[in-house]
Design a protein. Structure first.
Length: 279
């Protein structure tokens, strides 16, 4: 069964999950699915096959690009059908799929999901993304270095964890998602609808109207609807706000970032700031 698809992309920690929740809380779409991680991984494998194979191996196993993509698409389509099978009571709906990692492969979306697929690119103030990303990294580091915890008080332990994070590499990682989105052919050709996360949180009418016009249906501003698969609460990327009414965050990036770190983010994103006017 071929269904219309809506793809949501953007940097990790940019708000793709809440935007996914808003779009799926609707009679026009299937209920919200978990991130399409495994589908993205297949597309990445296909992409690497195309870009990095030597000529003999590509000719032997890939034949040509069209054939290779067709082979991988059989696999991605089968995973999509598995997901749709969970909702055999639903008909004539649009399927919403999201994965921040798909941002790095955005120009493959038409050939794997259909040329008529709609694409939402989520943009958030990179200072807030950096702060959120850093928080996730601290959670991951805490699990790795938990054996150190017994010999330190909490403040010393958190300071130690923070020292293990290479902030410049983290900033480069985040910038790459923004750059790959804006450098894509789909974006340059006007095929990506940009959504500003902060405007969605504040309930900005113009932001919602623009997104509704693009999708072709009205949205519920409250956020998450049915969650048949839930969330993995043990995942360091999990937020306690997932599944709840959308609202402005209780904390600000200035609560966790030094002035030096904020200036560094602003310097790296100075070009994109001319478009989005974050500061």
């Amino acid at each position: 069964m071929n269904v219309p698809k809506i793809l949501i992309v953007g940097s990790p920690r940019s708000g793709t999950t809440p935007i996914n929740g808003i779009v799926c809380n609707n009679i026009n779409t299937y209920p919200q699915l978990p991130e399409c991680t495994y589908i993205t991984q297949l597309i990445r494998h296909c992409n690497d096959f195309i870009l990095y194979s030597d000529v003999p191996r590509f000719k032997a196993y890939g034949k040509d690009r069209e054939q290779l993509v067709a082979n991988y698409k059989l696999l991605t389509d089968s995973l999509i059908q598995n997901a749709l099978a969970s909702f055999d009571y639903v008909r004539n709906k649009q399927l919403v799929m999201k994965d921040p990692e798909l941002t790095l492969l955005i120009d493959h979306i038409p050939e794997f999901f259909g040329d008529e697929s709609k694409i939402i690119g989520v943009i958030r103030d990179p200072r807030a993304v950096f702060a959120s990303f850093r928080k996730v990294q601290l959670k991951k580091k805490a699990a790795v270095f938990k054996h150190f915890r017994k010999n330190m008080d909490l403040k010393s332990f958190m300071k130690f964890l923070d020292s293990t994070i290479e902030l410049n590499l983290l900033l480069d990682l985040i910038f790459n998602y923004y750059w790959r989105l804006h450098d894509s052919d789909l974006y340059k050709n006007g095929r990506v609808h940009i959504v500003t996360y902060e405007n969605i949180l504040s309930g900005d009418n113009k932001e919602f109207e623009s997104l509704e016009n693009y999708l072709g249906f009205e949205l519920n501003k409250k956020g998450f609807g049915e969650l048949p698969f839930g969330f993995d609460e043990t995942d360091p990327t999990f937020s306690k706000n997932y599944g709840k009414t959308i609202s402005n965050p209780e904390t600000n990036f200035r609560d966790s970032l030094s002035s030096k770190s904020i200036r560094k983010v602003e310097n790296v994103f100075s070009g994109l700031n001319e478009i989005y006017q974050w500061w």
